[in-house]
Design a protein around this ligand. Structure first.
Ligand code: GCU
Length: 130
């Protein structure tokens, strides 16, 4: 089944904010991490059993430049340079998915910007486990 983890319950690197000024998001807001390489959003998610999960990140990117990130699970990068393409407007939301192996119990999922633009605005992480 799929469990949604809202960005407003995630941890942001210094300077990041939970904003609500661009409509269409899930929950009460979205994560606006700073425009800097290394800025991140980290969720803590629970897995009932170890196995491969689908991670779906809801996001908006109102620029024309993709915003790449590295995705780390429990401190290890499992996907590098994952692009979050422009969505046309900050109020237009889309999603990017990747699979990753989780351990049973608590897992950290961290999305870290690899360019000076920082990450896209991130709305949620949906975790689907078999
Ligand atoms: C704009 C937009 C922000 C966004 C930022 C960015 O300021 O309003 O929501 O985070 O651009 O470039 O990341």
């Amino acid at each position: 089944d799929t469990v949604r983890y809202e960005a407003e319950s995630a941890t942001l690197s210094a300077g990041g904010t939970i904003d609500s000024n661009h409509v269409g998001f899930s929950g009460t807001g979205f994560a606006n991490a700073t425009n800097a390489a290394g800025s991140y959003v980290e969720w803590t998610v629970n897995a009932a059993a170890a196995g491969q999960a689908t991670l779906e990140f809801g996001y908006a990117n109102g620029t024309t430049a993709a915003r790449p990130v590295d995705i780390a699970v429990n401190g290890t990068v499992v996907a590098s340079g994952v692009t979050f393409p422009g969505t046309g407007a900050w109020t237009t939301w889309s999603a990017v998915s990747r699979t990753a192996n989780l351990v049973a119990g608590s897992n950290t999922i961290r999305v870290t910007a690899t360019t000076a633009d920082g990450p896209a605005n991130l709305d949620y992480l949906d975790v689907t486990l078999p």
